[in-house]
Design a protein around this ligand. Structure first.
Ligand SMILES: [Fe+2]
Length: 579
């Protein structure tokens, strides 16, 4: 038996993944366990829980892989330091700190309080973007594809283009920082009042409300080159060797201001974090998404010239830009995408472990990711104990009754907390830790926001659609099992799907296949039989916090918010009724 532990540590989205004989058996982000969003410290709880779920100990681990390699691209780091002497000391400091991270055995022994002498594993550092690429390509059943990873930065690179074949990932082009589409996106988000790590998705949702008045501004910020693009340094503050990020004592990611004073001159004052969103902010969001898409497509077309195939494996934070992912299927020669759900840095744990299994150890046991359910699971007996501890009245129902009662509640406009099976890997709730609602009920978006989610008014909610009905409702038919593509909703469905139809008549869908989640599929199917709509609104089960992981977190969220019903395991709980 071969056991590989992958970790993403001291980086946003700290996480752990365990692979046995080439097959991932569990993968968890630390934030779900320690409740610190995008936690960027050591993923101690995730590592311990991975081993517990797999029934293994530290002594059973043969290899530990981490998705960072401080020696990668060293020549580029030195070039940068020579050009920016003031940053040299900072770079040296970071490099000496990285060295301690590179001694993984000591790190794990210290963080997890185990005897270092009991650890027999080999350790592997996998370059950040290779780990990203591996997290996608080695989750497919393809024997060949192009690979693209785009993010802010990782190991001094912001974009890697590669040729993936058999058990190898061959880099064909790197774009080095400071030239970075991720940095550009983050900088503009900061300016319009979204300064936190991970806020980029909100601005993507704001973009369709704007108009194209800042084209000139964005055109000046970067220019295409034959191998990618360059950013205009006048628009950005030099972000130094720490690549514009810092981790505070609580393990939270702090992003420094990235935009220069030129933004003030050309756009006026930045929006305060909780200030009113103006037409200017909407227009800036529009311009940002548009320029991002243009350069994303430019790089994808370059990649296709180097690796001419219709299949593409995609990762990095920018692969979460589901709007661009939908458009690339019609605007570039690529026709099939493989994007695993943890496309951001949380996915590095899985990617580093898959890279070691396939490309370094050549274990020859490829894995195909069919669903995202790699997390925690709780039995009915554990759930029942928790419900009784919180004095919640419940009904234990058969599978059929559970589906039928839940369907009726959704049909009647109630909001359901739905906690079932293994937790999803990656940032999206995909039918196991979800809040469910009617996709066309009047004002459902406002109801959800007022009662539970408290999200920005402009952000859309997502539809989960039966796989075989996708084409009837959406204009594109490439499946999107992990909610990573946005497609246009067909005109005849827009009114009936008012709660999930965004302002530009699109939806960020989840394609639901019965084989991958029979319970969730059957629920939607039953909803279709009662309403004629093969779609349920699906949003993550949380209230301004990481998605719930354990039963008690779901119960507390149910009690704290104005959720109507909690369906947890086989138990049906409804507020304000005798039953
Ligand atoms: Fe990354």
């Amino acid at each position: 038996m071969s056991v590989i532990l992958g970790i993403n540590t001291f980086h946003a989205g700290a996480s752990a993944a365990l692979i046995i004989d080439g097959q991932p058996v569990v993968a968890l982000a630390e934030e779900r366990l320690n409740r610190v969003k995008y936690f960027a410290g050591f993923p101690k709880l995730a590592v311990l829980r991975c081993l517990e779920i797999a029934g293994l100990t530290f002594a059973d681990i043969d290899a530990v892989a981490v998705g960072r390699d401080s020696s990668a691209n060293l020549h580029k780091k030195l070039e940068f330091a020579i050009r920016n002497p003031a940053k040299l000391l900072n770079l040296a400091r970071i490099r000496s700190k990285s060295k301690t991270f590179d001694d993984l055995k000591s790190l794990i022994a210290a963080e997890c309080e185990v005897d270092k002498n009991s650890l027999k594993f080999q350790t592997y550092n996998v370059e950040h973007h290779l780990a990203h690429t591996a997290s996608a390509y080695f989750a497919s059943d393809w024997d060949k594809s192009a690979g693209i990873t785009v993010d802010g930065s990782g190991d001094f690179v912001s974009c890697l283009l590669s040729e993936c074949e058999g058990d190898e990932i061959r880099p064909v082009q790197r774009i080095f920082v400071p030239h970075s589409l991720g940095t550009l996106y983050t900088a503009v988000c900061q300016f319009i009042g979204y300064p936190k790590y991970g806020d980029e998705g909100k601005v993507m949702g704001l973009a369709p409300l704007g108009t194209d008045v800042y084209q000139g501004f964005f055109e000046n910020m970067l220019k295409p080159t034959k191998n990618g693009f360059t950013l205009n340094p006048d628009y950005f503050l030099p972000f130094g060797a720490n690549q514009g990020m810092e981790i505070n004592d609580a393990g939270e990611m702090i992003v420094h201001r990235l935009y220069s004073d030129l933004f003030f001159k050309e756009l006026g004052e930045p929006r305060e974090k909780h200030g009113e969103i103006t037409q200017r902010d909407e227009d800036v969001a529009f311009g940002l998404q548009r320029i991002f898409e243009r350069y994303y497509m430019h790089i994808l077309n370059l990649l296709h010239e180097k690796v001419p195939t219709e299949r593409i494996s995609m990762a990095g934070g920018c692969a979460l830009n589901s709007v661009a992912n939908g458009k690339m299927l019609v605007e570039t020669p690529f026709r099939e995408t493989c994007i695993q759900p943890a496309a951001g840095d949380d996915g590095l744990a899985l990617g580093a472990a898959l890279y070691v299994s396939n490309s370094i150890l050549k274990e020859g046991k490829r894995w195909e990711m069919k669903n995202s359910y790699l997390g925690d699971e709780y039995s009915d007996s554990v759930i029942k104990t928790e419900l009784e501890r919180y004095k919640i009245s419940y009904k234990e129902l058969s599978r059929e009754e559970l589906i039928d009662r839940t369907t009726d509640e959704i049909k009647n406009g109630n909001v359901i907390g739905w906690f079932q099976g293994r937790m999803e890997w990656g940032p999206r709730a995909l039918g196991n830790r979800s809040i469910l609602a009617h996709p066309g009920f009047p004002n459902m978006k406002d109801i959800l926001n007022a009662r539970i989610k408290h999200r920005e008014w402009f952000r859309p909610f997502a539809p989960s659609v039966l796989q075989e009905r996708q084409r009837d409702i959406f204009e594109q038919d490439h499946p999107s099992p992990f909610m990573l593509h946005v497609y246009k909703i067909r005109p005849e469905w827009r009114e009936r799907l008012s709660a999930v139809n965004h302002v530009d008549n699109t939806g960020r869908l989840q394609t639901v296949a019965r084989d991958e989640n029979p319970l969730y599929y059957d629920l939607i199917k039953n909803f279709e039989s009662k309403t004629g709509i093969p779609i349920i609104l699906n949003t993550s089960f949380n209230e301004n916090e990481p998605i719930v992981c354990q039963p008690f977190q779901a119960i507390e969220c149910f009690l704290r918010t104005k959720m109507d019903v909690l369906v947890i395991g086989s138990f049906f709980c409804k507020k304000d009724t005798a039953d």
